[in-house]
Design a protein around this ligand. Structure first.
Ligand SMILES: *Cc1c(COP(=O)(O)O)cnc(C)c1O
Length: 450
């Protein structure tokens, strides 16, 4: 098969898959999962036919996928992938650009710089900030906190570039009691132990209570959240950032999905005061509906990020705002391009509509489930609905039956000591009809539970 025919075959198979996402099982059936064992071949000595490899990928691989790119997936906060994001990703793959600097790819450098400017505009963050495109909110938070640490140590008179971290003045990090696990992982990798991590008490909605905020000083990094992973709630940024900055602390915002509320007209007020922070992390691959791995680190002091992340070498010298000097990777694909494509195609209004639509659908889902006798545990300000039945066992049983039906998928969680499940509306493919089908399905399963 010619290389062109191979790519056309891939395109045909991809389109067939995308055509099926509304009807296919959401979580694969046990037989399809068991069949994945056929991938356990010995490594070929002579190599095999490329078209056969593609066929195997489709025939064995496709049935084992989770249809998270479909309308009936309500797990985590995983959005689908918008057509223009997929389409621009395909062309970008053909280019195979190394998007580290303008030397490697003038096109990637230009488009990512435009995408960065648009992100600051649509999220209304300080326009002088540096924007870096990373693999994940995990990696982007790591880059931001590494920068925060360097800056705070620098202000304390400790030159980390020369002296390293051993023997440095001790820094502390204040995080919410509902901090996301990936932020704790970033802190662990950076060398913060449990002795240096202080948990800020939360109110009944899961927001940091500013009146009970642990003491802060100029050796503290305060990490707050735009979009708590269960409830979708927002920390009260205005009083928290005011206190932190009065004390000389650095404020980092984990807004992996929730920062996009700032793009919605009806949701913007949830993010009030967020622009006062020092660094922000968000994902494209969650609520913006771009493909993996597309995330964004934003740092108000662009020089600080560039110093912490610099990777210039004699053979690879670039401007301070080259992507390789703002993020963790040296070589990477141009993951800012699908983000650019979505922002350009949807525009401000299109992004706002998508965000608001998901919030409205989540409200509809919560109302429908409440009417059917489910317990709703959060205020549903955003796109997240936390649900349970009267006992933990019945809650688990309902979720397992619903997911085993193949018609829907959503994950379990724990909220205030109780088993719950979490439905999040994050895909551009999810419409009113899918919400109403979900309500009917869960209501029906509930009526048949013992
Ligand atoms: C998903 C998530 C993360 C981690 O993002 P990745 O892109 O998966 O690394 C961090 N914080 C919150 C609140 C999240 O929802």
């Amino acid at each position: 098969m010619s290389s062109q025919a191979l790519l056309q075959d891939a395109e045909r198979r991809s389109l067939r898959y995308l055509d099926s996402v509304g009807d296919r099982r959401v979580f694969p059936d046990p037989a399809s999962i068991a069949a994945l064992a056929d991938f356990d071949e010995p490594l070929s000595e002579a190599g095999m036919d490329a078209s056969n490899t593609l066929a195997l990928l489709d025939e064995l691989g496709t049935p084992g996928t989770v249809t998270s790119n479909g309308p009936n997936y309500f797990g985590f906060v995983i959005g689908g992938s918008l057509p223009v994001a997929d389409a621009s990703e395909r062309l970008t793959l053909a280019w195979d650009q190394c998007a580290s600097s303008a030397l490697n790819s003038p096109t990637a450098a230009k488009i990512e710089s435009v995408a960065g400017r648009w992100i600051l505009e649509i999220l209304d963050l300080p326009r002088q900030s540096a924007v870096s495109f990373g693999t994940s909110a995990s990696a982007c938070s790591l880059a931001c906190i590494a920068t925060a640490r360097r800056e705070l140590l620098d202000k304390a008179g400790w030159d980390m570039a020369r002296l390293g971290i051993n023997g440095a003045p001790e820094l502390r990090v204040v995080v919410s009691q509902t901090v996301h696990i990936t932020l704790l992982k970033a802190l662990r990798i950076l060398g913060f132990g449990t002795e240096q991590i202080v948990y800020a008490p939360i109110d009944q909605h899961g927001r940091i209570d500013p009146d009970r905020l642990p003491a802060l000083n100029d050796r503290t990094i305060l990490c707050v959240q735009a979009g708590e992973v269960n409830t979708g709630e927002y920390d009260p940024f205005v009083p928290l950032i005011q206190k932190a900055h009065a004390a000389g602390s650095w404020v980092h915002i984990d807004g992996a999905f929730g920062l996009w509320a700032r793009a919605g007209n009806r949701t913007r007020s949830l993010c009030e005061g967020i622009e006062q922070a020092d660094s922000w992390t968000t994902d494209g691959h969650k609520w913006l509906n771009t493909p993996y791995d597309g995330a964004i680190a934003i740092c108000k002091d662009g020089n600080a990020l560039a110093q912490a992340m610099n990777s210039d070498a004699a053979y690879s010298n670039s401007s301070a705002d080259s992507q390789k000097n703002l993020g963790l990777e040296f070589s990477r694909r141009a993951r800012g391009i699908p983000i650019w494509a979505v922002l350009r195609t949807l525009g401000r209004n299109g992004v706002a509509n998508m965000i608001e639509q998901h919030c409205a659908l989540a409200t509809r889902l919560a109302k429908g489930l409440a009417k059917a006798g489910f317990v709703i545990h959060n205020r549903v300000l955003l796109n997240q609905v936390l649900v349970s039945l009267d006992t933990d066992a019945r809650t688990d049983a309902l979720r397992e039956l619903a997911c085993a039906s193949g018609k829907i998928w959503f994950g379990p969680s724990q909220w205030q000591g109780q088993r719950v499940f979490r439905l999040s509306v994050s895909s551009w493919r999810t419409k009113i009809e899918h919400i109403d089908q979900a309500i009917d399905l869960l209501t029906d399963i509930k009526s048949r539970l013992p």
